[in-house]
Ligand binder design. Sequence first.
Ligand code: ADP
Length: 465
Amino acid sequence: MLKRKISFVTYTIIITALILVVGISCLLVIQNNLMKDDMNLMAYKKLTQEVAQIRRYIVYDSQKKPHIDDGFYDREDDPDSNEQIYVFLQGNDGEILDGEVPEEYADNPDISIRDLMHIDAGKVKYFAVVRQGRTDKEPLKKTSKYKICVMVSVRDIESNYSELLYKSYCVIGIVLIAFVIYAFALRKLIAVPMGSLNRSIDKSVDNLDFTENLEYDGPFKELDMLTDANNNLYRKVHQELERQAEFNANVSHELRTPVAVMHAQCQLSREIAEKNGDEEMLESIEVFERQTSRMKGLIEQLLQMSVMDNENAVIAVEDVDLLDAVESVCDDVEYICKKNLKFTYDLKPTMVKANMNHIVIVVNNLMSNAVKYSNDGGNIHVSCGVKNDSYFISVRDEGRGMDKSTKEKIFESFYRGEPDRSAEGFGLGLSQVMQIARYYGGIVDVDSEPGKGSLFTFKIPVNAE
Ligand code: ADP
């Protein structure tokens, strides 16, 4: 399996770009080859026509030396043609008898009779045709005393194809522009909706809120199917969470009365035992009373949590000053703390629209944990205020801290760290704190290192509804 993942859109764009590059390169190579063959044919036709023309204008002087008659140069030029064709007569000893030799080629003019040939004269390349020297009236002989050489530069012939090349480059440009538009469209039609789909799913998972209906109104069937499948999953998870919350609420309700009766009976029994001076009975009643108060606490906590799970429950909100609320809970915790701990505070007056009880539960749970998991001599620092558009309450301790795997589970209901199973608590405190944070659209951040301590920050957005 691939370790590093690559975006589907990037992958498609890269593969399409590769196909385009290979396709365009192949087309250019084919076009180049066709052009080369065509250029050879065109050059051959022009040069052989020129040879035929010149034969009509060759005259011999008194010493039988051939010359080109002026009439040849006075001919009317083809107005469409912008090629310069060089024509010269060369004796078999290499002497130029008449005509014009290209400048670059002047030092090296000895060429043998050939059909079409390519001559590389430094920077300039030529097509050349060399034929036996004779006039059009003279019959074809086996040998001749001179040659007719006709040359034209390759660049001049090439210029006939400039329009074709221009059109080809225009087409390549249009294809590249279409490709860029295609890449942007792909990004907009696939990457953007998938990104927002992912963000919605992440948000729902973070807030444990599966009531949102994901939407996709783009043109792709697959993304539509994915959105539908996610919405189905959301519905199922939401139903399951509701069922679980209902179960918790029912069980807590059913247990509340008998446990309260048991607790009241314990108190009554304790009074009777105290009156009778029955020490043994008193001891066992105290154990019984401790356990029933624990159960009462658990049931209260579950009931509080089920109220928040209930969408129809009305939860009163008021203007709460975080400073007052935090200070009063911290005073209580400090008062009953049996450990030797130093408490420091940095509390700013901060008015929040919230349920007072929620804030008390949050501070109480975070503070109790900080005390519970700190060692003697440690410091606990509590602060509250506004930062980055969020109200916050943070509690830092220098206790035993947590490793990464513990950190991932602490917000689950009934989760308790391995060494804490026998200690006081049910593993509900932090999940309740998180539930309250989510209720206000916030979150609880945790930063912790084993052996160094932990920092819990309860945050709710300033503009929460
Ligand atoms: P409990 O009632 O067991 O404290 P919580 O939900 O409050 O339940 O905490 C869950 C677990 O998270 C605890 O059992 C403990 O392992 C870990 N934990 C919570 N707060 C701290 C802290 N301040 N330092 C270290 N571990 C902590």
